[in-house]
Design a protein around this ligand. Structure first.
Ligand code: PLP
Length: 497
């Protein structure tokens, strides 16, 4: 048998060895379809030509497996410590989840201790299709196999055009008028850059320079955008251009003022080039724009004020429609899109109504505005969202989650103030900050990966991947209820009030 099936055994053994090597070093399974497994195989083929020696080596590793694993673990831990010592303390999310994440699969994340987390944040909405979705694999693999040009600045390419057509199809689902009249500008790959470009277009078109924005909005943290970003604790200190910026109260269902009067007052006083809105404020605490805004469009048009809608977090189906503005009677002049649009790769763009004169050649630049891989993954992601009706999925699961969360939270109204959201963009407002921290720790214990938002960081923010299923929702609800129960039992509430 040894001789007859020698080659077969040889290959089987090699496969096992690759598996062991790969699992322990990279903590992945070779059967998983990912690019790095091929790199690993190539590495092994090149460096381990002498198989007998390799078998011997692995035999020894097997014999002393425990010690080896411990050694590898220590090595990895010290590497993660090294990273920590090399990185600045500016980071935010590592303080919420103080662990090293090693892999992602579907809607789950895994850390170095193999703890499994249900991802309810999708890296702030970027990973709409979860982790390592087949669509990404096939997109990346087939694209790279094809002698791809990975960056092309702003020159024409087939994939750029394919992406633009798909984007137009996507916007058309709810707003064929805008889709048929828009022009796209690819900006640098961050949301902040898209916002920056959008305000430039508005200023250039209207010949005016002032901007109206809303309190608790978030439009990025570059020094100009900080002036637009009105989260009290982040703004102001570094912003360079507060002059000409006016921050209005955000008109949500709690507004105690007439938004139309407010708007007319501010337009008369400041004569702005544009008004910039997030229909649902993400970072600001999942605050939902009131739908009593029928007349605002007319007033803006009469006063030559462009309407810029920031869809960076709300876009690409998250709220149950392609874009959040489509829930309202709003006709944007410019929409800003990023995060999920690149199918997990960095990409940002603005879509401008063609009646607006946009910028002249070269007035907005960015080295990475031709990220071909992002066009390709973005194209495939949009195609998947359209074909699998993920907007509807987000809408349906959004109702389901908000309903069930409200029922759960009824019993804990000393802890939770409100559950609110549209589609898969949901906020659970906790009554005090200290309690939020305790609840977050409990959620972490149960393996729920969530974010915090709001000026006081007392809103549990849920932005799960759009591929979430009803079973995933039930797992979320179950874990959330248990976490709340624990917080209640701990009776820390008394210290808090
Ligand atoms: C609504 C909104 N606008 C703008 C930005 C800024 O995007 P980026 O961080 O990619 O610069 C963000 C980022 O979270 C956002 O949520």
């Amino acid at each position: 048998m040894k001789h007859g099936n020698g080659i077969e055994i040889h290959f089987k053994r090699r496969h096992i060895l690759i598996n062991i090597f790969y699992k322990h070093i990279f903590r992945k399974d070779v059967n998983q379809n990912c690019l790095s497994k091929y790199l690993c195989k190539i590495y092994i083929l090149i460096f381990t030509y002498d198989y007998k020696l390799l078998y011997k080596g692995f035999f020894l590793i097997y014999k002393y497996a425990n010690k080896c694993i411990l050694l590898i673990f220590m090595l990895r831990t010290s590497i993660s410590k090294l990273y920590k010592s090399l990185e600045s303390n500016i980071r935010v999310y590592n303080k919420l989840y103080n662990t090293t994440f090693t892999k992602g699969c579907g809607v789950y994340l895994y850390d170095i201790n193999n703890k499994k987390y249900l991802d309810c944040l999708s890296m702030i909405g970027v990973n709409a299709l979860g982790y390592n979705h087949n669509v990404y694999y096939s997109a990346i693999q087939s694209y790279m196999n094809d002698n791809a040009i990975n960056q092309i600045i702003d020159m024409d390419s087939e994939i750029r055009t394919k992406f633009l057509k798909k984007f137009k199809d996507f916007v058309s689902i709810n707003d064929p008028y805008f889709a048929n009249n828009m022009r796209v500008i690819f900006t640098g790959p961050s949301g902040s850059d898209a916002i920056d470009c959008a305000t430039k277009v508005a200023k250039s078109h209207t010949g005016k320079s002032n901007v109206l924005t809303f309190k608790n909005s978030y439009h990025g943290v570059t020094q100009y955008n900080l002036s637009l970003t009105c989260l009290e604790n982040r703004s102001y200190s570094f912003s360079i251009n507060d002059e000409g910026l006016k921050r209005l109260e955000f008109p949500d269902k709690y507004m105690q003022f007439d938004i139309i009067d407010e708007l007319i007052k501010h337009i008369d006083k400041y004569d702005p080039a544009c008004l910039i809105i997030e229909c649902i404020q993400g970072e600001g605490g999942i605050n939902i724009l009131s739908n009593k805004l029928g007349q605002i469009q007319k007033i803006l048009k009469e006063h030559n004020v462009l309407l810029i809608i920031d869809e960076i977090q709300t876009g690409i189906g998250r709220t149950g429609k392609c874009f959040a503005y489509q829930h309202y009677i709003l006709e944007p002049d410019i929409i800003c899109v990023s995060k999920a649009i690149g199918g997990g790769q960095p990409l940002a763009l603005i879509a401008v109504h063609k009646n607006i004169n946009d910028l002249e050649s070269g007035q907005h630049l960015g080295t990475f505005r031709g990220n071909q891989l992002a066009f390709y993954t973005g194209y495939n992601c949009l195609d998947y969202i359209i074909k699998n009706n993920l907007c509807e999925n987000a809408k349906f699961l959004g109702y389901y989650l908000v309903d069930k969360l409200n029922i759960i939270c009824e019993d804990y109204n000393e802890i939770i103030r409100e559950v609110r959201g549209i589609g898969l963009m949901i906020g659970i407002e906790v009554k005090c900050c200290k309690m939020t921290k305790i609840l977050h720790t409990q959620l972490n214990e149960y393996g729920l990966f969530v974010g915090l938002s709001g000026p006081n960081k007392n809103i549990i923010r849920l932005l799960p991947p759009l591929i979430f299923s009803i079973e995933n929702c039930d797992e979320l609800l179950n874990k959330f209820e248990n976490a709340l129960k624990n917080v209640n039992e701990l009776q820390i509430l008394q210290d808090c009030i």
